[in-house]
Design a protein around this ligand. Structure first.
Ligand code: HEM
Ligand code: PLO
Length: 484
C-alpha cells in the first residue's frame, strides 16, 4: 500500500505548474482507500513527525514539512467545509463542475466591473487607507491593536465590493463579524479528527458546536444583505458582487438556461459565493498585513529602508498611489518575502487528480488527493539561501534596484485552474495600506510590551500572534491635518 511520498519540494513546485490542469478539488470521491490511509496518517501523526518514504504510486501526497510536521492528511476537510459552504456550493471548497466554472466566471466579471488595477478600486482602497491613518493619528504613541484597525480597513474594501457598504469604528455588526470569523478560522479545515473520521460527528464536539454557531451568525448577516439587495434590485443598480450575482441568476431563470442539468444557480450558490469572497477577501489580506507589521517590528532596518524608498518616490506632498508600485521595488520585495516566509495557506487547499497523471517521477491515479506543502516549498534549503531568515533582499538583483525571482519554488497564491481569485486585489491592498501607513508613521514596540516571536498558529490560514504597536507620526507630518 502506498502511503505518503517524501518528495523533493522543488520537483513538485515545477511539475505542479504544468500538471495543475488535471489536479482539482473534488469532494465526492472519498473512498475506502482514503479511510485506510487516514488511519495510517493518524497513527503516524500520533507517533512520529517523520513521514513514510513511499513507493512511486500514491493515494495521497504530502511533501515533507520543513522544520516541523504541521499536518498529515489525505482527508479533504469535508465535514467542516460542508458545514461552512452548504455542502460545497461555494467556489473554494466546491468540486470541479460546470457550475463551479460559471461561479468563478461571474466573480471575475464582477471584480473587473470594479476594474482590477483601475481607478475605482484604487480609490476605495485609498479611502480606507486614509481612514486607517486618521485612526493611527488619533491613537499615536499609545499601545494600539493595529491588527483590529487593519482588519476594519480590509473588511471595508471587501464590503464595498460585495455589498456596497462599509463599517464605522466600533460598529456592533463589525464586532459580531470579527467574532464569528475568528470562530470559523479556529474550527474549519484544521485537521480535526471529525474531518478525518466523519462518523465522529455523532459525538458532541465543542469545535463543531462553535462552528455551527458562527456559521449561523454569518448566515443571519448574509441573509439580511440578500433581502435588502432583492428589495432594491433594478437592472441598472448593479453596484456590487451580490447584485451582480442576483442579475445573473434572474437572467438564467428568464432564459431557462438554469434548466441545464446541474447548472442551476440557487440562492445557496449565490450566498455561498459571496461568503467565500468576503471570507477570503478579509481573512487572507488581513493576515498578511499582521505578519508584515510583526516582521517590520522585528526588523526595524527593513522598515527604515521602505520609508527611504517612499520619501524618494512619493515624497511628502502627496499620497502613495498604485502607479508608484513599479518604482518601489524594496516594498514589493518585502511583501513577497512576507508571503514566502509565512504563507497564508501553508498546504493550499487539497487538489484532486481529474485523470491519471504524473508529478515528476510519481504516478498519481485519478481521484488521488494531492496536498501541496507550500510551507516546504518556501523553506527548501536547496532553493533558498537561509530560508528561515527574513530577507527581502533575496527578491532583488545585486544592485537592489530590480525585482528578481530567485526560485520557482514560490507559489503564495497557488497555481492552475484553482489559482487564487483575489491575487490582483490583494497585492493592490498590501501595497497601498503599507505605503500609506509607513509614509506617515514609524511602528515600534510600545514600552513595557514584549514582541512575540513570529510563530504561526496553523489552521485554514496561518495566523499571526497578537501584538501591540506604537505608531509615531514621522517628523515631516507633525502638525499637519489629514484630510480624507
Ligand atoms: C484560493 C492565497 C487573497 C479569493 C486561494 C489559494 C491560495 C490563496 C493559496 C488556494 C490555491 C490552490 O489551492 O491552488 C491567497 C493569499 C491572499 C489571498 C496569499 C492575500 C494575500 C484573496 C482575496 C480573495 C481571494 C482578496 C477575494 C477577492 C480566493 C478564492 C479562492 C482562493 C475564491 C478559491 C479558488 C478556487 O478554488 O477556484 N487563495 N489569497 N483570495 N482565493 Fe485567495
Ligand atoms: C475565513 C473565515 C471566514 O469566516 C470564512 C472563510 C471563507 C473562505 C476561506 C477563508 C475562510 C479562509 C481562507 C480561504 C478562503 C477560501 C480561499 C482561502 C481558505 C475560512 C485560501 C487562502 O485558500
Amino acid at each position: 500500500m502506498a502511503a505518503f511520498i517524501r518528495a523533493g519540494a522543488l520537483d513538485v513546485s515545477r511539475e505542479i505548474l504544468s500538471q495543475s490542469e488535471v489536479l482539482d478539488r473534488n469532494r465526492h470521491q472519498a473512498n475506502q482507500k482514503t479511510t485506510i490511509v487516514s488511519l495510517v496518517a493518524l497513527l503516524l501523526l500520533l507517533s512520529s513527525p517523520v513521514f513514510l518514504e513511499g513507493g512511486k504510486r500514491a493515494t495521497g501526497i504530502l511533501v515533507q514539512t520543513a522544520p516541523r510536521a504541521i499536518t498529515l492528511t489525505t482527508n479533504n476537510w469535508q465535514v467542516t467545509t460542508d458545514l461552512l459552504t452548504r455542502n460545497g456550493k461555494d467556489i473554494a471548497f466546491a468540486s470541479y463542475s460546470p457550475l463551479w466554472k460559471f461561479q468563478r466566471k461571474l466573480v471575475h466579471s464582477a471584480l473587473s466591473m470594479f476594474g482590477e488595477g483601475a481607478e475605482l478600486l484604487e480609490s476605495i482602497i485609498c479611502q480606507e487607507a486614509a481612514s486607517l491613518c486618521k485612526t493611527l493619528t488619533l491613537e499615536h504613541d499609545t499601545p494600539l491593536d493595529i491588527a483590529a484597525e487593519m482588519t476594519r480597513a480590509v473588511t471595508n474594501v471587501v464590503c464595498s465590493l460585495c455589498f456596497n457598504s462599509s463599517y464605522r469604528r466600533g460598529d456592533s455588526e463589525f464586532e459580531a463579524m470579527l467574532q464569528y470569523s475568528q470562530g470559523i478560522v479556529d474550527t474549519v479545515a484544521k485537521e480535526s479528527l471529525v474531518d478525518i473520521f466523519p462518523w465522529l460527528q455523532v459525538f458532541p464536539s465543542k469545535d463543531l458546536a462553535l462552528l455551527k454557531k458562527c456559521v449561523e451568525k454569518r448566515d443571519q448577516l448574509l441573509q439580511q444583505q440578500f433581502t435588502e439587495h432583492k428589495e432594491t434590485f433594478t437592472d441598472d443598480s448593479v453596484l456590487d458582487l451580490m447584485s451582480s450575482l442576483l442579475r445573473a441568476k434572474l437572467n438564467m431563470e428568464n432564459n431557462n438556461s438554469g434548466l441545464l442539468p446541474g447548472m442551476e444557480l440557487t440562492d445557496d450558490h449565490l450566498l455561498m459565493t459571496v461568503a467565500d469572497i468576503f471570507g477570503a477577501g478579509v481573512e487572507t489580506t488581513t493576515t498578511v498585513l499582521k505578519w508584515s507589521v510583526l516582521y517590520l517590528l522585528h526588523y526595524p532596518e527593513v522598515q527604515q529602508k521602505i520609508q527611504e524608498e517612499l520619501d524618494q518616490t512619493v515624497g511628502f506632498d502627496r499620497y502613495p498611489q498604485l502607479s508608484d508600485r513599479q518604482h518601489m521595488p524594496y516594498l514589493e520585495a518585502t511583501i513577497r518575502e512576507v508571503l514566502r516566509i509565512r504563507p497564508v495557506s501553508p498546504l493550499l487547499i487539497p487538489h484532486e487528480a481529474l485523470t491519471d497523471t504524473r508529478i515528476g517521477e510519481y504516478d498519481i491515479p485519478k481521484g488521488a488527493r494531492v496536498v501541496i506543502n507550500l510551507w516546504s516549498l518556501h523553506h527548501d534549503e536547496k532553493e533558498w539561501d537561509k530560508p528561515g531568515e527574513f530577507n527581502p533582499g533575496r527578491f532583488l538583483d545585486e544592485q537592489g534596484n530590480k525585482l528578481y525571482s530567485p526560485s520557482p519554488s514560490y507559489l503564495p497564491f497557488g497555481a492552475g485552474i484553482r489559482v487564487c481569485m483575489g491575487e490582483v486585489l490583494a497585492k493592490m491592498e498590501l501595497f497601498l495600506f503599507l505605503a500609506w501607513s509607513l509614509q506617515r508613521f514609524t511602528f515600534s514596540v510600545p514600552e513595557g510590551e514584549t514582541l512575540p516571536a513570529p510563530e504561526g498558529k496553523f489552521g485554514v490560514v496561518l495566523q499571526a500572534p497578537k501584538f501591540k504597536v506604537k505608531a509615531t507620526l514621522r517628523k515631516a507630518w507633525q502638525g499637519l491635518e489629514i484630510d480624507q
